[in-house]
Design a protein around this ligand. Structure first.
Ligand code: AMP
Length: 282
């Protein structure tokens, strides 16, 4: 695997591959890679000839009181892991490379509508930062396909919207959520959890399943959401939201509608965890 710190060098490599008729798959990440990320690399490989990953902890998607400074950075083990997954290239840009006029002087992005709800409501500006960095990465890599995890479902929807609306030529491929044996969605943030919190964290997946089961019984949606929130709070979570939505993230009306998903964002101490579960009763 070749590692690139500069976009110019990566572009030369990608131009060579494209000249040879090869298709490029792209997996953007913030590093501290786990099996969930590596599954994205494998999925990208199924849709392309050369896989490019990127690691960049993007400052513009973190709020002032969020974990940008302490976000886990493990470049050596990430590089080994990606090489072991036969990733072909890794882009490791600096903040200066990504934002040549600084993070205050950069072009702003805003995807309207879906960024005002759920995580967008609780992390103001977060999805603007995500759109901003993904647009830059898409321009840098010019991939044929890019893979994003369903674990960050709202992020996936924001990127799909942006890519369609701005005519990016990169096709977005969603990847299933990888979980630990007890159901907890894999996440770089899980390592912030103390032992007891780690045990409690499994309750998120249990609650998502509870929401799905209640919906399958036809229970009213607002009642399901209220009970889910209450159950999480009883376990010690501070709940940002526990909601049932349609797959386009509009509000679901009937519990047994098609293409629904339950979504939870909840905090244990300083650690914010998100997860979702898709279900379809059709
Ligand atoms: P991150 O490094 O957290 O920004 O995530 C990079 C990519 O990996 C995003 O597309 C995430 O949705 C995806 N991802 C993170 N955790 C998981 C997981 N447990 N299963 C599948 N994809 C994941």
């Amino acid at each position: 695997m070749k590692t690139f710190n500069s976009v110019a060098a990566l572009r030369t490599q990608i131009a060579d591959w494209k000249k040879a008729g090869l298709r490029i798959g792209f997996v953007p990440t913030m590093g501290n890679l786990h099996a969930g990320h590596f599954a994205l690399v494998e999925l990208a490989r199924q849709h392309s000839d050369k896989v490019v990953a990127s690691i960049f902890v993007n400052p513009t998607q973190f709020g002032p009181n969020e974990d940008y400074a302490r976000y886990p950075r493990t470049p050596d083990s990430d590089i080994n892991g990606l090489a072991g997954k036969a990733c072909d290239a890794l882009l490791l840009p600096s903040v200066e490379e990504m934002y040549p006029f600084g993070t205050m002087g950069c072009v702003q992005m805003h995807v309207p509508g879906i960024t005002d709800i759920l995580c967008g409501m609780h992390r103001p500006g977060h999805f603007n930062g995500v759109a901003q960095v993904v647009a830059r990465l898409f321009n840098m890599v010019q991939a044929d396909v890019a893979v994003f995890g369903r674990k960050d479902y709202q992020q996936l929807q924001v990127i799909r919207y942006m890519a369609t609306e701005m005519s990016f030529p990169t096709r977005i491929i969603p990847a299933p959520t990888l979980r630990e044996a007890d159901g907890l969605a894999m996440s770089s943030r899980n390592q912030y959890l103390e032992d007891e919190q780690r045990q409690t964290a499994t309750f998120i997946y249990q609650t998502l399943n509870f929401m799905k089961d209640q919906a399958s019984l036809g229970m009213p949606i607002h009642g399901i959401e209220a009970e889910a929130k209450q159950r999480l709070e009883m376990m010690g979570f501070v709940v940002d939201y526990a909601e049932i939505r349609r797959s386009d993230l509009s509000r679901a009306i009937e519990p047994n509608e098609k293409n629904l998903l339950a979504l939870i964002a909840a905090r244990l101490g300083r650690t914010r965890l998100i997860d979702n579960l898709e279900f379809d009763f059709a």
